[in-house]
Design a protein around this ligand. Structure first.
Ligand code: DQA
Length: 146
Protein backbone atom coordinates (compact mmCIF):
# COMPACT_ATOMS: atom_id res chain seq x y z
CA UNK A 1 0.00 0.00 0.00
CA UNK A 2 1.50 3.33 -1.09
CA UNK A 3 0.26 6.80 -0.14
CA UNK A 4 1.45 10.03 -1.73
CA UNK A 5 1.79 13.08 0.55
CA UNK A 6 1.83 16.40 -1.30
CA UNK A 7 2.64 19.81 0.16
CA UNK A 8 2.05 23.11 -1.58
CA UNK A 9 3.73 26.51 -1.54
CA UNK A 10 5.54 27.95 1.48
CA UNK A 11 5.24 24.75 3.50
CA UNK A 12 9.00 24.34 3.05
CA UNK A 13 9.24 27.27 5.50
CA UNK A 14 7.42 25.52 8.34
CA UNK A 15 9.22 25.99 11.62
CA UNK A 16 10.12 29.58 10.74
CA UNK A 17 6.86 30.64 9.11
CA UNK A 18 4.22 32.18 11.45
CA UNK A 19 4.76 29.57 14.20
CA UNK A 20 1.76 30.90 16.16
CA UNK A 21 -0.42 29.74 13.25
CA UNK A 22 1.46 26.73 11.89
CA UNK A 23 3.45 25.48 14.88
CA UNK A 24 7.17 25.07 15.41
CA UNK A 25 7.84 21.79 13.63
CA UNK A 26 9.63 21.83 10.30
CA UNK A 27 8.16 19.98 7.33
CA UNK A 28 10.95 17.42 7.76
CA UNK A 29 9.90 16.85 11.39
CA UNK A 30 6.27 16.46 10.34
CA UNK A 31 7.38 13.96 7.69
CA UNK A 32 9.13 12.06 10.50
CA UNK A 33 5.85 11.82 12.48
CA UNK A 34 4.04 10.56 9.37
CA UNK A 35 6.77 8.01 8.60
CA UNK A 36 6.65 6.68 12.18
CA UNK A 37 2.89 6.09 11.99
CA UNK A 38 3.18 4.72 8.42
CA UNK A 39 5.76 2.17 9.63
CA UNK A 40 3.35 1.05 12.38
CA UNK A 41 0.61 0.62 9.77
CA UNK A 42 2.89 -1.07 7.26
CA UNK A 43 2.24 1.64 4.67
CA UNK A 44 4.82 3.03 2.26
CA UNK A 45 4.75 6.79 1.79
CA UNK A 46 6.25 9.31 -0.57
CA UNK A 47 6.42 12.81 0.93
CA UNK A 48 6.93 15.79 -1.40
CA UNK A 49 6.71 19.60 -1.40
CA UNK A 50 6.61 22.09 -4.25
CA UNK A 51 6.10 25.81 -4.61
CA UNK A 52 4.93 25.25 -8.20
CA UNK A 53 1.34 24.51 -9.10
CA UNK A 54 2.25 22.66 -12.32
CA UNK A 55 4.68 20.38 -10.52
CA UNK A 56 1.96 19.37 -8.05
CA UNK A 57 -0.40 18.73 -11.00
CA UNK A 58 2.23 16.52 -12.68
CA UNK A 59 2.84 14.54 -9.47
CA UNK A 60 -0.90 13.92 -9.08
CA UNK A 61 -1.15 12.76 -12.72
CA UNK A 62 1.87 10.47 -12.39
CA UNK A 63 0.65 9.18 -9.02
CA UNK A 64 -2.42 7.54 -10.54
CA UNK A 65 -0.61 4.32 -11.34
CA UNK A 66 1.78 4.16 -8.37
CA UNK A 67 -0.27 5.13 -5.32
CA UNK A 68 -3.55 4.00 -3.77
CA UNK A 69 -4.34 7.35 -2.13
CA UNK A 70 -3.19 10.95 -1.85
CA UNK A 71 -3.01 13.19 1.23
CA UNK A 72 -2.61 16.82 0.23
CA UNK A 73 -1.95 20.09 2.00
CA UNK A 74 -2.31 22.31 -1.07
CA UNK A 75 -1.62 25.41 1.08
CA UNK A 76 -2.68 28.62 -0.72
CA UNK A 77 -3.51 26.67 -3.91
CA UNK A 78 -6.41 25.17 -1.95
CA UNK A 79 -8.23 28.46 -2.38
CA UNK A 80 -7.20 29.28 -5.97
CA UNK A 81 -6.34 26.26 -8.09
CA UNK A 82 -8.84 24.83 -10.56
CA UNK A 83 -5.87 22.98 -12.10
CA UNK A 84 -5.24 21.05 -8.88
CA UNK A 85 -8.91 20.29 -8.49
CA UNK A 86 -9.08 18.95 -12.06
CA UNK A 87 -5.93 16.86 -11.52
CA UNK A 88 -7.35 15.28 -8.35
CA UNK A 89 -10.63 14.61 -10.12
CA UNK A 90 -8.89 13.11 -13.17
CA UNK A 91 -6.57 10.92 -11.07
CA UNK A 92 -9.58 9.29 -9.46
CA UNK A 93 -7.59 8.30 -6.34
CA UNK A 94 -9.09 8.71 -2.88
CA UNK A 95 -7.67 12.03 -1.71
CA UNK A 96 -7.66 13.55 1.78
CA UNK A 97 -7.33 17.33 2.07
CA UNK A 98 -5.44 18.46 5.16
CA UNK A 99 -4.44 21.75 6.78
CA UNK A 100 -2.42 22.59 9.85
CA UNK A 101 -4.57 25.57 10.80
CA UNK A 102 -8.34 25.85 11.16
CA UNK A 103 -8.88 27.79 7.94
CA UNK A 104 -12.50 28.52 8.90
CA UNK A 105 -11.31 30.53 11.90
CA UNK A 106 -9.11 32.69 9.69
CA UNK A 107 -9.54 35.22 6.85
CA UNK A 108 -12.65 34.71 4.71
CA UNK A 109 -10.59 33.95 1.59
CA UNK A 110 -9.39 30.80 3.37
CA UNK A 111 -12.93 29.56 4.08
CA UNK A 112 -13.44 28.21 0.58
CA UNK A 113 -11.59 25.21 -0.80
CA UNK A 114 -11.70 24.53 -4.54
CA UNK A 115 -10.38 21.01 -4.01
CA UNK A 116 -12.68 19.88 -1.16
CA UNK A 117 -15.53 18.79 -3.49
CA UNK A 118 -13.24 16.30 -5.25
CA UNK A 119 -11.65 14.99 -2.03
CA UNK A 120 -12.96 12.17 0.15
CA UNK A 121 -12.82 14.42 3.20
CA UNK A 122 -11.03 17.26 4.92
CA UNK A 123 -8.98 17.37 8.14
CA UNK A 124 -7.95 20.77 9.46
CA UNK A 125 -6.93 22.62 12.55
CA UNK A 126 -4.92 19.94 14.38
CA UNK A 127 -1.45 21.24 13.58
CA UNK A 128 1.08 18.55 12.70
CA UNK A 129 -1.42 15.92 13.86
CA UNK A 130 -3.55 16.80 10.81
CA UNK A 131 -0.91 14.94 8.78
CA UNK A 132 -1.07 11.82 10.98
CA UNK A 133 -4.88 11.94 10.95
CA UNK A 134 -4.74 12.35 7.16
CA UNK A 135 -2.64 9.20 6.93
CA UNK A 136 -5.12 7.29 9.11
CA UNK A 137 -8.03 8.55 7.01
CA UNK A 138 -6.35 7.51 3.74
CA UNK A 139 -5.38 4.12 5.23
CA UNK A 140 -8.96 3.58 6.33
CA UNK A 141 -10.42 4.57 2.94
CA UNK A 142 -8.09 2.19 1.08
CA UNK A 143 -8.96 -0.61 3.51
CA UNK A 144 -12.69 0.03 3.15
CA UNK A 145 -12.60 0.24 -0.67
CA UNK A 146 -10.55 -2.97 -1.07
C1 DQA B 1 -2.63 25.96 5.16
C2 DQA B 1 -3.76 26.98 5.15
C3 DQA B 1 -3.73 27.82 3.89
O1 DQA B 1 -4.79 28.77 3.91
C4 DQA B 1 -2.41 28.56 3.78
O2 DQA B 1 -2.35 29.26 2.55
C5 DQA B 1 -1.24 27.69 3.96
C6 DQA B 1 -1.27 26.63 4.97
C7 DQA B 1 -2.56 25.16 6.49
O3 DQA B 1 -1.96 24.09 6.48
O4 DQA B 1 -3.09 25.61 7.50
O5 DQA B 1 -0.19 27.89 3.34
O6 DQA B 1 -2.84 25.03 4.11
Amino acid sequence: MKILFLNGPNLNLLGQREPETYGRLTLGEIEGLVRKKAAELGVEIDFRQSNHEGELVTWIQEGRTTFQAIVINAAAYTHTSIALRDAISAAGLPTVEIHLSNTHARESFRHHSLIAPVCSGVILGFGAQSYVLGLLAAFNIIGVSK
